[in-house]
Design a protein around this ligand. Structure first.
Ligand code: NAD
Length: 484
């Protein structure tokens, strides 16, 4: 085992979790690299109590004082980028370049958090003679962030810097499949000067998530993961009258028009469906090919052949996930799909036990097939053929998800029309992974998100704070009126 068994991080200390230990496998070679505790509700209680105890003092720091911690945190992320990237690749299976990108996005969110004092000015107005109204933002208290396997460092960092800079304290529950990044984050935050108890990590699975939703001290729950679990967590947290924002799965449609630039489109679509081995909620899942676009499809196939497992394509998270994807591909082919590229026999020299799958492109897929409806979460591109843009939009609308949608065209008018009609929260015009950069916020629509608002950027400030309105009378001039 390369890394010692993991502990929880509670009140500034690494402490053993109460439950059994689970092996952590590296998708690169199927080796056990560490063990993670499957903690219990008692561990959640200890962490929530530490977060509650730390809240009073932390929330009394001014925001300008609090963000100093995140200036230092951002620098540490930058200084230790290579080392953290190695850890991410080992536990998640993504390439070094993808792991670096994940850290860079984490740094960007920290930068946004550091800018909060500049953009968070409250409002005041003389609402009546001598009577002033003032609005200020207050933190909620101890909150929780529950995260998935596909970005072990970036998704926790969607919430950590913003939430804590706003004065909340936190219990993080990372994915038990990639738990190492979270403990590294705890160490970096401690080194950055974060006081004990402000940030806590409780490892585990469903039991921990349910205990978080049920715990009386936790004021708000954010979740990122699959739609099935996002919905269950949303229902459970809100049944305890907590604020909840739960981001779910995706099935993103990319519309290719006949006037699309073939080279740019092909490069872009391939980067979108193979990046992070397709294990991104922003990945291209379906190309909706409108009319005569065979020349673009051919280009996509030749571009995809440049993507080589173990070189510029990472591994699938687990053996079970890889087998599920292979089953979905086989079922689609059985059902009449035509495999233009089949990645099921991928081999990586020196890493024969890694969970690799090569790029796979399936043409002539029908909208009713499982592979066209369900999230695959692997480097698999499905092509649906349609006659015009209206039919393409109908298909996009029929999907229950709504994270991202994109169009490839050289017509500004068509792009605008599609952007307005698409039923998704993030739109790409000639961009296959339309992730909004800070300060713009990240969040989908429909069954890709339960709750109100987005999870990063300006929109997230609404979620992580509450408003206090103060009405003041200083002057006798105010007299007695209906407000008195
Ligand atoms: P997952 O839903 O299996 O797990 C997410 C978290 O929930 C983990 O911490 C896990 O331990 C916990 N969990 C799992 N089962 C649970 C249960 N029954 N009850 C309570 N908690 C449970 O998701 P995953 O496989 O780790 O991540 C992949 C999914 O996340 C994909 O569907 C992907 O689209 C989605 N995702 C969405 C976004 C977004 O912003 N919309 C971003 C990244 C990933």
């Amino acid at each position: 085992m390369k890394y010692p068994p993991l502990k929880n991080y509670v009140d500034g200390k690494f402490v053993p979790g109460g439950g059994e230990m689970l092996d952590v496998f590296s998708p690169l070679n199927d080796e056990v690299i560490s063990q993670v505790p499957l903690s219990t509700s008692r561990d959640v209680d200890a962490a929530a109590s530490a977060a509650r105890k730390a809240f009073r003092e932390w929330s009394e720091w001014t925001i300008k004082e609090r963000v100093q911690v995140f200036y230092r945190y951002r620098s540490l992320l930058e200084d230790q980028k290579d080392d953290i990237a190695t850890l991410i690749s080992e536990e998640n299976g993504k390439t070094n370049e993808e792991a670096i990108a994940e850290i860079e996005k984490s740094m960007e969110v920290a930068e946004f958090a550091c800018s909060l004092p500049q953009i968070l000015g409250g409002e005041t107005l003389e609402v009546s003679r001598g009577v002033q109204c003032q609005v200020e933002r207050y933190p909620l208290g101890p909150v929780s962030s529950i995260t998935p396997f596909n970005f072990p460092v970036m998704v926790p960092n969607w919430t950590i810097p913003i939430t804590l800079a706003l004065g909340n304290t936190m219990v993080l529950k990372p994915s038990e499949q990639v738990p190492l990044g979270a403990n590294r984050i705890a160490m970096l935050l401690e080194e950055s000067g974060l006081p004990p108890g402000v940030f806590n990590v409780v490892h585990g699975d469903k039991e921990v998530v349910e205990a978080i939703c049920d715990h009386a001290a936790i004021e708000a729950v954010s979740f990122v993961g699959s739609t099935r679990v996002a919905e269950a967590v949303y229902r459970r947290a809100t049944s305890h009258l907590k604020r909840a924002l739960c981001m779910g799965g995706a099935k993103n449609h990319l519309i290719v028009m006949p006037d699309a630039d073939p080279a740019m489109t092909a490069e872009n679509v391939v980067a979108s469906f193979t990046g992070c081995a397709g294990q991104r909620c922003m990945a291209a899942a379906t190309v909706v090919a409108v009319g005569a676009v065979d020349h673009v499809v051919e280009r996509i196939c030749s571009e995809a052949q440049k993507v080589v497992p173990g070189e510029n394509l990472g591994a699938i998270i687990s053996r079970a996930a890889k087998e599920r994807i292979e089953r979905m591909i086989a079922a689609a082919i059985q059902d009449g799909a035509q495999a233009l590229l089949d990645g099921r026999r991928a081999e990586v020299k020196g890493n024969a036990n890694g969970f690799y799958l090569g790029p796979t492109i399936l043409d002539q897929v029908r909208p009713d097939m499982e592979i066209a409806r369900e999230e695959v979460f692997g480097p698999v591109l499905v092509i649906l053929r349609v006659k015009d843009l209206e039919e393409a939009i109908e298909i996009e609308h029929a999907s229950p998800f709504g994270n991202a949608a994109a169009i490839y065209t050289s017509s500004g008018g068509l792009a605008r029309y599609f952007g307005q009609r698409a039923s998704a929260g993030m739109i790409g015009i000639n961009i296959g992974v339309p992730v909004p950069r800070e300060p713009f916020s990240f969040g989908g629509w429909n069954r890709s998100r339960f709750g109100v608002g987005d999870i990063t950027g300006r929109s997230s400030v609404e979620f992580w704070t509450k408003l206090k309105k103060t009405t003041t009378k200083w002057s006798a001039e105010a007299g007695v009126n209906w407000m008195s």
